[in-house]
Design a protein around this ligand. Structure first.
Ligand SMILES: *Cc1c(COP(=O)(O)O)cnc(C)c1O
Length: 299
């Protein structure tokens, strides 16, 4: 079925890139081994390709390959870090996040609140921006995690991740970002950005739906309680057989997004300009949300 409507919801999901799809096909047909099977070549072959994807993702965010853990998507990555880190705390019980986070962060925090954890939901200004002094003031000796998204999925606000990371490092608090909307669009370097954890999703960058990953910095003091019990895949953190085809697709989508990032951004900027000019010239009443509103007014 072909839907001819114009699609303007790419923050929600994107169409799979034909080149990504083609890379996945062999793993949906001939190459079917369980990537965790260590005793035969079918397993080894699948594993080799899963590992190659892990390497491609690591390269794109400048992490180590061992710091990438595959999940079913950013929702699972966010649940795993918020709950898994909370469950392994001994003395600390406080998380700082923000009212504009994705539902999977907010609902994970609400879940924890219901069982006794304390959560601070930072407020924002009309552009969706945070006040970093406010953030600093909310940190207390029970705070173990700050979780603030990189790029907002509704109005595009970009939080100053590097500065927030610096604040957290100084205070000895873990810092997580939901990078679903920044991967492939903004140059990412997890060390430069002072990140301990970051969540990513494949289907926001023309990869397949149903896969994502969590970056976890290699640090001795990090303990995360797994949410799934099972075969202990992904270094014991996320049990369950990895979907080889989806991993391959995700890895290729990341590689392409990174390679074509500047070209894509130019194209999107141009489309944005054309779109705004068209609606400005029409009789349609509209308001712009976020920082873009300010930029347009200034032009
Ligand atoms: C899409 C999105 C998610 C959820 O990702 P899934 O891979 O669909 O679970 C989480 N956070 C943000 C910011 C998103 O845009």
């Amino acid at each position: 079925m072909i839907n001819k409507n114009i699609y303007l919801d790419n923050h929600s999901s994107t169409q799979i890139d034909e080149r990504v799809y083609k890379k996945m096909v062999p793993f949906l047909t001939n190459i079917f081994g369980n990537p965790h099977s260590e005793s035969h070549s079918h397993g080894w072959i699948s594993n080799k390709f899963v590992d190659l994807s892990r390497l491609k993702i690591a390269k794109a965010i400048k992490s180590k390959k061992e710091e990438i853990f595959f999940t079913s998507g950013a929702t699972e990555s966010n649940n795993l870090i918020i709950k898994g880190l909370a469950f392994s705390q001994k003395k600390k019980n406080h998380i700082i996040t923000c009212v504009t986070e994705h539902k999977c962060i907010l609902e994970s925090c609400k879940f924890l609140e219901a069982i006794g954890y304390k959560i601070t939901y930072l407020k924002i200004n009309k552009f969706g921006e945070l006040n970093l002094n406010h953030l600093k003031k909310k940190i207390n000796n029970k705070t173990f995690l700050v979780s603030l998204m990189h790029v907002n999925n509704e109005i595009g606000t970009i939080h100053p991740i590097k500065e927030i990371g610096e604040i957290c490092r100084k205070k000895g608090i873990f810092f997580h970002t939901d990078g679903s909307q920044s991967l492939g669009k903004i140059k990412l370097d997890v060390n430069y950005l002072n990140l301990d954890f970051a969540s990513f999703s494949s289907h926001k960058i023309h990869g397949p739906q149903g896969i994502g990953c969590l970056f976890i910095k290699k640090r001795k003091d990090i303990k995360i309680t797994p949410l799934l019990s099972g075969g202990g895949q992904e270094n014991g953190l996320r049990s369950g057989t990895l979907p080889t085809a989806l991993s391959v697709g995700f890895g290729h989508a990341v590689e392409l997004a990174e390679k074509e990032r500047i070209k894509n951004m130019r194209k999107i900027k141009n489309l944005k300009r054309i779109f705004l000019n068209k609606i400005k010239k029409s009789n349609i009443k509209f308001i712009l949300n976020g920082k873009i509103a300010l930029i347009i007014i200034l032009i």
